[in-house]
Write a protein that binds this ligand. Structure first.
Ligand SMILES: [Zn+2]
Length: 460
């Protein structure tokens, strides 16, 4: 199968369009480094486009009609946006799904300690990380502290040029003879991923003077006491903005592109949509990196409950209608995928791998005899391949994150994804790939109805 390089297919005006999308995408990546930040930015953008919150709709007993736009947020970490269509909800929705959590280090609940006069924050890692990539890297802390008095304070330190940053230390090369002999998984142990946060002792203090010095600063900055760490949610992420990469500026290097590239494109596509026949939904969820667990993960009842509330706003709720709505829905769930990397060619099956310049793939995980494996219905794959991905698409045998948790509703799901070099913490994607996935998301808004008709036609 011939794989065309997508750069060769764009005309000048498309390249200009790409540049402006790209600038907004870089801002999104730079300003939304946690799931909370992604959700609050999403709400901000949605409100500008006329979306109202589900709570507000319920409180006003709003009767929904075509063109109404509603969003529901789950614990500030997951969101579902709906653009109400002409058809009854029972007929199903067109859903775009992606996740907004990314691998990182989380600050533990009693984290601040002093060792040999230096103050550290104890962390544990979230999601799959190569631990050795996180040492000697400037780090920022993002999150929220709920204080004893019930007030909350947002934390975002390490991003402005004048901010201090933080770091996990590593051993100097001339002391590292033994370390260098270790396997990559053991070179840096998880317990050593604590971040160095201070070295100046507090005057007139004998015991733990440096730790006390840091606590003084935290009190001044955030009005917090040490016990407030118990109810704090602080995420440690690479500091700094997303950047263009390469002499030709053709790539983007950034933390968190898994899966914000798909979350961003799904969101932009959703917000561009005006009147639709079938209700459209954009679902941006948390906890995919650790198995979609918890109240804000795809395994929770949030989505199902929210759809039930929507039906209720039509005065049309019944359990059977809810089940029909979900079973009649189609979903395009997107996530990143490892791009073929010529420097690590032995790790790939070239014929099945996707390439950085050849746009999206459709992910397919076959029904092999392995736990958690789900067979994709080829009828759901074939049509979108033809319609969305005119350049090239690949069928890869993969696990597909949150999509694995919608099948029990019988939602017809296809999983698509963008190629990236998996060099966390700074994932590299190609601008054009990103544009193409946006085009595919936009296509979805315009043509999923058609796609679904065709699927139905073929199945019949
Ligand atoms: Zn992902």
């Amino acid at each position: 199968m011939e794989r065309k390089n997508a750069w060769k297919t764009y005309n000048d005006s498309e390249k200009e369009q790409l540049q402006s999308l790209n600038a907004d995408y870089i801002d999104f990546l730079s300003e939304c480094k946690t799931e909370r930040e992604c959700i609050s930015e999403t709400v901000k953008r949605a409100k500008k486009k006329g979306y109202i919150s589900l709570e507000e709709a319920i409180a006003n007993n709003k009767k929904l009609k075509q063109g109404d736009k509603v969003y529901a947020v789950c614990m500030n970490k997951t969101i579902a946006l709906f653009n109400i269509g002409k058809e009854p909800l029972e007929k199903g929705m067109n859903i775009l799904g992606a996740h907004v959590d990314s691998p990182r280090m989380d600050v533990k609940q009693n984290p601040l300690y002093e060792n040999e006069g230096m103050a550290y924050l104890d962390t544990h890692y979230y999601g799959g990380i190569k631990k050795y990539q996180w040492v000697t890297l400037p780090l920022a802390i993002h999150g929220v502290i709920v204080k004893k008095d019930g007030t909350t304070v947002n934390v975002n330190i390490g991003e402005k040029p004048e901010d201090p940053v933080f770091c996990v230390t590593d051993l100097l090369i001339h002391l590292a003879a033994n370390q260098m002999e270790k396997k990559a998984a053991k070179v840096v142990e998880g317990e050593n991923l604590d971040i160095l946060v201070g070295t100046i002792p507090l005057n007139d203090e004998e015991k733990e003077a440096t730790k006390k010095g840091v606590l003084e600063i935290l009190k001044e900055m955030y009005g917090m006491e040490e016990e407030d760490f118990m109810s704090a949610e602080l995420e440690v992420v690479p500091a700094g903005r997303a950047r263009e990469m390469g002499f030709d500026r053709s790539m983007i290097i950034s933390y968190g592109q898994d899966d914000r590239v798909c979350a961003y494109t799904s969101l932009v596509a959703m917000l561009e949509m005006e009147k639709v026949d079938k209700t459209s939904c954009c679902l941006l969820v948390d906890k995919e990196e650790i198995g979609s667990v918890g109240a804000t993960g795809m395994q929770s009842r949030f989505f199902e409950n929210t759809v039930a509330e929507l039906l209720n706003l039509f005065d049309d709720y019944s359990e059977i209608k809810l089940k029909r709505c979900l079973a009649n829905s189609r979903m395009l769930s997107s996530d990143v995928n490892a791009a073929f990397d010529a420097l690590y060619a032995e790790a790939f099956q070239k014929n099945s791998a996707i390439q950085l310049m050849c746009t999206c793939l459709v992910k397919r995980k076959d029904g092999k005899n392995t736990p958690g494996s789900t067979a994709r219905n080829i009828f759901h794959i074939g049509i979108p391949c033809m319609l969305f991905f005119s350049l090239w698409s690949s069928l890869a045998l993969l696990a597909v994150g949150l999509a694995d948790h919608v099948f029990h509703y019988n939602i017809k799901n296809i999983a698509d994804g963008i190629a990236v070099f998996q060099n966390l913490p700074g994932l590299i994607g190609v601008e054009m790939d990103f544009y193409q996935i946006l085009v595919s998301s936009l296509d979805q808004k315009l043509c999923v109805v058609a796609v679904c008709e065709l699927i139905v036609f073929r199945i019949n």
